[in-house]
Design a protein around this ligand. Structure first.
Ligand code: DMJ
Length: 467
């Protein structure tokens, strides 16, 4: 077993003595001329850590051994007939990074003692890849425990039959015991958000087929882009490769396909990914970007012509500022993040979908999504403007105010009325708390030169081929 290089340094700067900024005269204004001191940021990081612990305890108390918790009814919930320990697997690297050692040890032990993929259940290939495979790989790289790598390898082997379609685009579901596949109506997020996980596993195990199959799925998606715009649609038939829905956007069903084009270049140095990214981002910036009274948004368009369809942006789209910043376009990233923050401030929690021309909510739920916080973190890390942390603090205050329960954190059914829903998705601990914490933690808490985060916020460390 190779020695695992430490990824993290969790000591927070509590010794800094700079004075607190004066309070903003406008409680809802974005303050740009004040900064959060290191000591205040350290305090925020500790607060986030304590709240993450509270969320974990809700799962621990009411849903231990299950996929996730229903925080209001205090009941366990499983995605399928049998548990895949979704929350512990998704949360383990967050618990480690935040220094919640007892909780991390507990989750780690549960996973190695109890997790088995020999189950007669059809699972979503995409969700299982980003949450389970991504979580296991990242936890393996953080702990060096070979059992976690063995679990990842076993899971991926069971899922490989999905790639045996006439096009190489994966079927959407696979039976983990029998290898039978089903589900032909897919989308770019599901066909193109696989290479970081399968590629890392290929590097760690020497099994090149993992890389090749996931890369082929990505390339086959890209090949079907519209010639004029370079954009993809949001539903595709994996049997024929024909688009069944041609709406182009950066929201759910497409989002992380674009994310992985850039990130597979960053993680593997794969030049094909860089070329595909350049073509794609040119189309996104040309046809989806929408300037409304000086504010930048990215809406929906027809993939073939680029004609604007809906002026919609939402909680899922809010990953784009982070990706723009990460790929070098900080000016657009900053403008778009400011728009996203306006969307958040409209009701003090962002909606799933907003009509940004009318500034009206189209879809009012908030299932504890991380994307807008993720973008604040990338921007804070890459351009250093203090306002991203100030935005983050306001969002965290709102998040605690509306989503906290006695026994954890729960989704919001309606961001206008603030009525709570009864579920805590595993990405709340995998991503939302992690990005909030990273936003306030010192820079060296996670070395962005060494790792690339998958779409579920699992940091994957670069591994040289053959090592
Ligand atoms: C997560 O599972 C991933 O971030 C995915 O890419 C999009 N949806 C959720 C979070 O909102």
């Amino acid at each position: 077993m190779k020695k695992i290089a430490p990824l993290l340094l969790v000591a927070l700067c509590t010794a800094c003595t700079a004075k607190a900024p004066p309070p903003s005269p406008e409680p809802k204004a974005i303050v740009t001329d004040a900064a959060m001191t290191d000591a205040q940021a350290a305090e925020m990081a500790l607060r986030v850590r304590a709240e993450a612990q509270h969320a974990w305890q809700g799962y621990r108390k009411y849903a231990w051994g299950h996929d996730d918790v229903k925080p209001l009814s205090k009941q366990p919930h499983d995605w399928y007939a049998e548990t895949l320990l979704m929350t512990p697997v998704d949360a383990l690297d967050t618990l480690i990074l935040l220094g919640l050692k007892d909780e991390a040890d507990d989750a780690h032990k549960l996973i190695v003692d109890k997790l088995s993929f020999d189950k007669d259940i059809y699972v979503s290939h995409f969700e299982t890849t980003i949450r389970e495979l991504g979580g296991l790989l990242s936890a393996y790289q953080l702990t060096g425990d070979p059992k976690l790598l063995a679990l990842a390898d076993d899971l991926a082997t069971r899922m490989l039959p999905v790639f045996d379609s006439p096009t190489g685009l994966p079927w959407t579901q696979v039976n983990l015991r029998t290898g039978q596949v089903r589900g032909y109506e897919s989308n770019p997020a599901e066909t193109g958000t696989l290479l970081l996980e399968y590629g890392t596993l290929a590097r760690l195990t020497g099994k090149q087929a993992y890389y090749d199959k996931a890369k082929r799925a990505l390339v086959e998606t890209f090949k079907r882009r519209a010639p004029k715009t370079g954009l993809v649609g949001d539903a595709i038939d994996v049997r024929t490769g024909a688009w069944t829905h041609t709406s182009a956007h950066v929201s759910g069903r497409i989002d992380s396909y674009y994310e992985y084009l850039w990130k597979c270049w960053k993680l593997f140095g794969d030049k094909d990914c860089l070329d595909m990214w350049k073509t794609s981002i040119a189309g996104i910036d040309t046809y989806l970007a929408d300037d409304v009274d000086g504010s930048l948004w990215y809406g929906h368009a027809d993939m073939a012509t680029g004609r604007r369809t809906e002026p919609y942006y939402g909680a899922l789209d809010a990953f784009l500022p982070g990706l723009l910043a990460y790929s070098g376009d900080v000016p657009r990233a900053a403008r778009l993040q400011d728009s996203g923050f306006r969307m958040w401030q409209l009701h003090g929690i962002e909606p799933e979908t907003l009509d940004y021309r009318k500034m009206e909510v189209v879809s009012a739920g908030y299932p504890l999504r991380p994307e807008i916080v993720e973008s604040a973190w990338y921007l804070q890390r890459l351009d250093g403007n203090p306002k991203w942390r100030l935005q983050g603090k306001e969002m965290f205050d709102d998040f605690v105010k509306y989503a906290r329960t006695d026994d954890g954190y729960t989704a919001i059914e309606n961001v206008v009325t603030k009525q709570q829903a009864d579920h805590m998705e595993s990405f709340a601990l995998a991503e939302t708390f992690k990005y909030f914490w990273l936003l306030f933690a010192p820079k060296d808490a996670l070395d962005l030169d060494q790792v690339v985060l998958n779409t579920e916020a699992h940091p994957l460390r670069r591994v040289e081929a053959g090592k």
